[in-house]
Every structure is written in structure tokens, then in C-alpha cells.
Ligand binder design. Structure first.
Ligand code: HEM
Length: 485
């Protein structure tokens, strides 16, 4: 072949290649247009035909930072007020599309619909794929994000081990000599796996690093996770490390004396996992352990931190809780009996969970077409419940809905709110948090121990900075002054 023929062939090849790339890109753009413009329009008109009105679809094209800001806005100057974007249009049904999961999202604020979701036992209303799309490597196909028969299988194993009586039985003696995060990790490690934070420390460190990278950017954009970007490579590396550490812990456990604890139950459940959905033995173990690390650790660390901030900002409530703890316990150790008597502490925790619910969204997906409040929800539509909207809605909680006032829970949730469905820090219905009893016990133990020894005030430099990073965290931390009581 002559030189100019070779050059012509190369140029032709290049042209073909570029046309293929361009064609692929155009198809991708069309697909995106279909997802974010046409489908929501179709869904909206379907709902309009059923008499449901809502604002026009809005488009959140995978912009996680913008979504975080819209959820937790800094609307007031006050360092402790918790006002969120509650005053945006809260129509009963809002329709908008969220490019994060490339699914149509139906935002629900109608408590009657929430009630129906709570009572709906059908496996057709499952967990939305949004959390696993965004937070995939943190919990993949564990209990938190799975559906159908595998969820039922995992639920039987895990929920049984976290029942109230087991939680009470597992109360270990705890020393307050670590920071809150480590303390909550320690309790989770002890309660679930009878190991200590120290033994699992490395896993928690890696897991936090993994969470930090997963949180960055536009993780829900289709195909994005497959690209070998710097962050994705970091995620893949950390994922492998966490996995091998968990499996090492499991190996040590198998070689040691068997105890009937949660880890042991997960190991036994893993033996039959393939029968349920083809999940491999190791994947079943790793996904459920990471789910528990994530669900049980970050949520509690977040609630404990906000509790201390609010108590520091409200010295009257801090003094009431301390007086209660000292009166009930004196020099006695904390146990189930004494914890049960701490009514003021419980009211405070409930109020903190109302104002700073760590899980901002509770989500569901219509895995098949379902009907809620006589409205037909087509298969594939995701339902999104924004917890802060419900928890701080003045129509439901009264005019002081944005203020810290634990007294509202003095006579229970029903007396505090127009509808008990509107209080859902732990979600609702069949998918309600399986760790809620452990969480409440853990929070009571941590706060009682800390408040019995220290008194807190807010540093003048403290700046309120809630930010949504899978749970509601503090962007600039919480700065408190502590003195020994
Ligand atoms: C303050 C602490 C906690 C909060 C606010 C919290 C909140 C939640 C929420 C909102 C859900 C979703 C519920 C729904 O979709 O209706 C959930 C699910 C879950 N939580 Fe928690 N949680 C906490 C602590 C824990 C702990 C300590 C554990 C375990 C050790 C745990 C394990 C789980 C699991 C496994 C699920 C999935 C349940 C399912 O889908 O069947 N959580 N949690």
C-alpha cells in the first residue's frame, strides 16, 4: 500500500471512530432528555388525570451539592435554630425528577398517604434504588437497600438480633474515654459483633474514608461509577480493603469459639443466601456488615453530637437531664431499669431526632404498579418522603415547630403532633429501622454518662453548619466548652 493510501485509510478509520463516538454521545443525550424531561411530563399528566396537581417538574440533574443545600438551608442567623426549607411549596404530592437515580421521584408530604405507606405490607412497595445508587459501596445489597425475598431473609436474621430484649441483654459497661464517634462505633461493635471498637478500628477508619469519597459529586449519573476517575479508583481500592478486613474478622471468628450473636447469625444466613437471590456467601456477609456499620454508626454519632449542641444551647434542659440522671443513678451503674426511668432524657432525644433526624429522606419505589390513596403509581416511580418537611411543619407541630422544646413529648408523640405519622426519624411501616431500640438505648447511655460527668456550653465561635452527607452532619464541627461537674 502506498503512503498516501495508508494516510487515507487512517483518516477514514478516524472518521468512522469519531462518528461512532458522536453517535453514542447523541444517543446518551437523547436518553437523558427522555429521562429528565419526557418521563416526568408523562407521569405528571397521568397524575393530573387522577386529579393530582403539583408544581411543574423540576430538574435536579445529579447535582448532589445543590440538593443538599436545598434540604438544609441556613435561613436564620441563630446558631441553634433549625429552620429548614419548610416554607417552600409543600403540596400534597410534588412531582419532580431527580437525575441522581434517573427515576421519577414523587415527593410526598400528605400524612394520609404516609399512613397508607406505613400499612402497606406488599413487597410491591419496596426500597427505592436511590440510596444504593448513591451510596452503593457503603451497603450494596444489604438489608437497607434490598427488596423482595432477599430482604425478608436478611430481615429475619438481623431484626431478630436487634429486638428490644436482646439489646437490653447486650448492655455492656462503657467508659466515656473516646470521642463520640469512636464511642458509638464501640457500642455498635460490641452490641452486634461482641468485638470492640479497638479490634475493628481499622475497618471504621477505612469505612469513613470510603464514605467521604462516595459522598463527593454526582455519583448517581448513569455509568459514572464505571469510569476510572480518581474518585472511583479510590472507591474501588477502599471497597476491596474494607471487604478483606471484614472477611479477616469473620475468619478469626470462625476459628474462635462460636457465640450466638449477630455476626454468627449473619454467617449462618450467608450459607443459604444463594438460594434466595444468588448473592455469594462472602457478598452476603460483607454487604450486611457494611450496612450495619453505616446505618448504626453514623446515625448515632450524628444524633449524639446534635444532642450535645442543643443541650449546650439550652442550659435549662441540660440541667434537667443531669439532675434526672444523678437522681436515678447516683453512684449506681447504668442498667436497663435505670435507663427506663429517664423520662426527661428520652424527651430530649426525641426532640433532637425531630429537629436533626439523621436520615433526611425515607424512600420507596413502586416495584409494581401500586395504588395509594386511590392514586395509581406506575411501576418504577420512586416515592420520596423528606423528613425535615414533616418534622418542622407548623401545621402539624404548632407555631413553635422550629424550636427546641422537648416538653412537647411529655405526653407522647400523639399529644405532640397532629398526626403520629408525621414523626418518623426511624422511618415507618415494614421497612422501619431495625436498630431503633439499640439506637435509643445507645443514645441514652452515651448522654447519661457524658452529662453526669461534664457540663457544656456553646463556644462563641460556634457556627451552625448542618450539611447533608448521607446523614445530617456538621460541616464545621461543633465547638463546645466542657467543664467537669
Ligand atoms: C439514631 C439512630 C438511627 C436512625 C435515626 C435511623 C434511621 C433509619 C431510617 C430512617 C431507616 C429507613 C426506614 C424506612 O425506610 O422506613 C433505617 C433503616 C435501617 N436501619 Fe436505622 N437508624 C438508626 C440507627 C440504627 C442502628 C443502631 C442500626 C443497627 C445496628 C440500624 C440499622 C438499620 C437497618 C438495617 C435498616 C434497614 C431496615 C429495612 O430496610 O428493613 N439503624 N434507619
Amino acid at each position: 500500500m502506498a503512503g498516501d493510501e495508508v494516510a487515507a485509510a487512517v483518516a477514514a478509520n478516524k472518521l468512522i471512530l469519531h462518528s461512532v463516538y458522536l453517535g453514542g454521545f447523541l444517543v446518551w443525550l437523547l436518553h437523558l432528555f427522555e429521562l429528565v424531561v419526557l418521563r416526568p411530563k408523562r407521569l405528571r399528566s397521568k397524575l393530573q388525570k387522577q386529579g393530582i396537581e403539583g408544581p411543574p417538574p423540576s430538574f435536579l440533574l445529579g447535582n448532589l451539592p445543590a440538593m443538599r443545600k436545598s434540604l438544609i438551608q441556613h435561613k436564620t442567623q441563630s446558631s441553634t435554630e433549625t429552620r429548614t426549607s419548610c416554607d417552600v411549596d409543600v403540596a400534597s404530592w410534588q412531582i419532580y425528577v431527580c437525575g441522581l437515580a434517573h427515576k421519577q421521584q414523587l415527593c410526598i408530604t400528605d400524612v394520609e398517604v404516609l399512613k397508607e405507606i406505613g400499612f402497606c405490607k406488599s413487597l410491591n412497595l419496596g426500597k427505592s434504588s436511590l440510596p444504593s445508587t448513591i451510596g452503593g459501596p457503603l451497603f450494596w445489597q444489604g438489608l437497607l437497600s434490598s427488596n423482595g425475598i432477599i430482604w425478608a431473609h436478611q430481615g429475619k436474621i438481623i431484626a431478630l438480633e436487634l429486638y428490644l430484649d436482646k439489646v437490653k441483654g447486650g448492655l455492656a459497661e462503657i467508659r466515656v474515654d473516646q470521642n463520640l464517634r469512636n464511642l458509638s462505633a464501640d457500642i455498635i461493635a460490641r452490641a452486634c459483633f461482641r468485638s470492640s471498637y479497638h479490634e475493628g478500628e481499622e475497618i471504621f477508619v477505612k469505612f469513613r474514608a470510603l464514605k467521604k469519597v462516595v459522598n463527593k459529586g454526582m455519583m448517581g449519573t448513569p455509568g459514572f461509577r464505571l469510569l476510572p476517575t480518581k474518585d472511583n479508583r479510590e472507591i474501588w481500592r477502599l471497597e476491596k480493603e474494607v471487604e478483606s478486613m471484614i472477611l479477616k474478622l469473620v475468619k478469626q471468628r470462625v476459628e474462635a469459639l462460636n457465640e450466638k450473636d449477630l455476626l454468627q447469625m449473619i454467617l449462618e444466613g450467608a450459607k443459604s443466601s444463594a438460594d434466595y437471590n444468588g448473592l455469594s456467601h462472602n457478598k452476603f456477609i460483607v454487604d450486611n456488615c457494611t450496612t450495619l456499620f453505616f446505618a448504626g454508626h453514623e446515625t448515632i454519632a450524628s444524633t449524639a453530637s446534635w444532642s450535645l449542641m442543643l443541650l449546650a444551647a439550652h442550659p435549662d434542659w441540660q440541667a434537667r437531664v443531669r439532675a434526672e440522671v444523678l437522681e436515678i443513678c447516683g453512684d449506681k451503674p447504668l442498667n436497663n431499669e435505670t435507663l427506663r426511668k429517664m423520662k426527661v432524657l428520652k424527651m430530649v432525644i426525641k426532640e433532637v431526632l425531630r429537629l436533626y433526624a439523621p436520615a433526611v429522606f425515607v424512600t420507596r419505589e413502586a416495584l409494581e404498579t401500586v395504588t395509594l390513596k386511590n392514586v395509581v403509581i406506575p411501576k418504577g416511580v420512586q416515592l420520596q418522603i423528606r423528613v425535615p418537611f414533616l418534622h418542622q411543619n407548623p401545621d402539624l407541630w404548632g407555631l413553635n415547630a422550629h424550636q427546641f422544646n422537648p416538653e412537647r413529648f411529655a405526653n407522647g408523640i400523639l399529644a405532640a403532633c397532629q398526626s403520629s405519622q408525621a414523626y418518623m426519624p426511624f422511618g415507618n411501616g415494614p421497612r422501619i429501622c431495625v436498630g431503633r431500640h439499640l439506637a435509643m438505648t445507645e443514645l441514652k447511655v452515651m448522654l447519661a454518662l457524658i452529662l453526669s460527668k461534664f457540663s457544656f456550653s456553646l463556644s462563641p465561635t460556634y457556627q451552625r453548619s448542618p450539611v447533608y452527607t448521607m446523614v445530617v452532619e456538621r460541616e464545621h464541627g461543633i465547638i463546645l466548652h466542657a467543664t467537669r461537674v
